[in-house]
Design a protein. Structure first.
Length: 395
């Protein structure tokens, strides 16, 4: 069986809203439907009925996104009912996992045209109540927030594995001797690069605002923040000697992203020049509490599969779950030029709507390669519970 080339024709995303912010009144299935509809509308030569499948990442899935949000997006977007949809979950890597699964289906001939993306509304993530072991308990019952992190944890899990995500970032800072100042400087650079990119119109070609919502730019970017302002924030997870704060970590967010993937036949039907071609991917596991370093080996493996090295990269989108986590990864890639990492800002400024972030990163790399005209790009994320995911694109 021959392996087919897989191309990214286009990629869109919403502006990323802050927790409780401009997009908090929008259901996640509606956010997903919006990017799917916007993507299809941007490729008018393609008959939507030609879409073989829609893959969507969604990390929580406990609320209005509970009933296969990919299929809900297809129906709400007005696509033909013949177009199927599947929702995938690899926590923070879900959106990128959706892209990889769609690409794999095309590569082996199971599909010719696919949509891949991701969505998350952390604002609308519900509280959930476990069913009691027997009916009509007399005592009070506990609600669990599904917004982020561990809940209803299996007691068989070792305590070292189930620390909070923020404590995991502190452990990476300990491992690599990362100071509070280094983390704040990284965060400040993220905000400045994102603000500059928006000011130059670099996001105009990929961001599709949600109708009726007054949000045209990522909501968490702080144009005027400074090292002095960041230094005033208290540590969020360790009261004694902590270095991770709300200022050097990604916020809670709402948003969605979608990409159109095709083979050679599908590409001809679109009548478009592709943004990029998918070259290779890799996923790896690591100790759960050190999840932040998950991308280290995944990136090395993906580059190896692609026959490329760090020196070949022209752009690299690394999800900034925490400054400590990002800096820890960079410390383990001494061959990588840090200047090519997140050139238009990262998740600390832009935001991290869990299930959507991986799709946002893949789309960002594709658009950057198209703007450059050629090159090799990489998208990678750390993943809670200890995984890393990476994708290599070329143009």
């Amino acid at each position: 069986m021959s392996i087919r080339d897989v191309y990214i024709v286009d990629a869109v995303r919403t502006p990323i809203g802050r927790f409780g912010g401009a997009l908090s009144a929008v259901r996640p299935d509606d956010l997903a439907a919006h990017v799917v509809r916007s993507l299809v509308d941007r490729v008018p030569a393609l008959d939507p009925a030609r879409i073989d499948d829609v893959y969507f990442g969604d990390a929580n899935g406990a609320g209005e996104d509970n009933r296969d949000v990919a299929r809900m997006a297809v129906l709400l977007a007005g696509l033909p009912t013949s177009v199927p949809g599947v929702t995938v979950n690899r926590l923070c890597g879900s959106g990128l996992e959706a892209v990889i699964q769609a690409a794999r289906a095309i590569a082996v001939g199971d599909a010719s045209v696919a949509v891949a993306g991701g969505v998350e509304s952390m604002s609308r993530a519900p509280w959930v109540l476990q069913k009691p072991e027997r009916a009509f308990p007399a005592g009070h019952q506990q609600l669990h927030s599904t917004t982020l992190g561990w809940r209803m944890t299996n007691p068989r899990m070792p305590a070292d594995w189930t620390v909070s995500l923020g404590e995991g970032a502190e452990l990476v800072a300990d491992k690599h001797g990362l100071t509070r100042e280094q983390q704040d400087a990284f965060a400040l650079a993220s905000h400045r690069k994102a603000a500059e990119a928006w000011g130059k119109g670099l996001y105009d070609g990929e961001v599709v605002p949600y109708p009726g919502v007054e949000l045209t730019r990522d909501e968490c970017i702080r144009d005027t923040t400074s090292m002095e302002a960041l230094a005033k924030l208290k540590p969020s997870f360790r009261t004694e000697g902590g270095t991770v704060t709300a200022g050097n970590a990604s916020p809670l967010n709402d948003g969605a992203a979608a990409l159109l993937l095709v083979d050679e036949e599908g590409l001809r039907e679109t009548g478009r020049e592709p943004l990029a071609r998918i070259r290779a991917s890799a996923v790896t596991g690591i100790e759960p509490q050190l999840f932040g370093l998950g991308p280290v080996e995944a990136v090395r493996r993906a580059l190896g599969k692609a026959g490329r090295s760090f020196a070949d990269l022209t752009t690299f989108e690394l999800n900034e779950a925490f400054a400590a986590q990002s800096l820890g990864c960079l410390a383990e890639w001494p061959e990588l030029d840090p200047e090519i990492v997140n050139p238009r800002g990262g998740a600390i400024a832009i935001g991290h709507p869990l299930g959507a972030s991986g799709a946002r990163l893949a789309g960002a790399v594709a658009h950057q390669l198209a703007a450059a005209g050629s090159g090799t790009g990489l998208a990678a994320l750390c993943i809670g519970v200890g995984q890393g995911l990476a994708l290599v694109l070329e143009r």
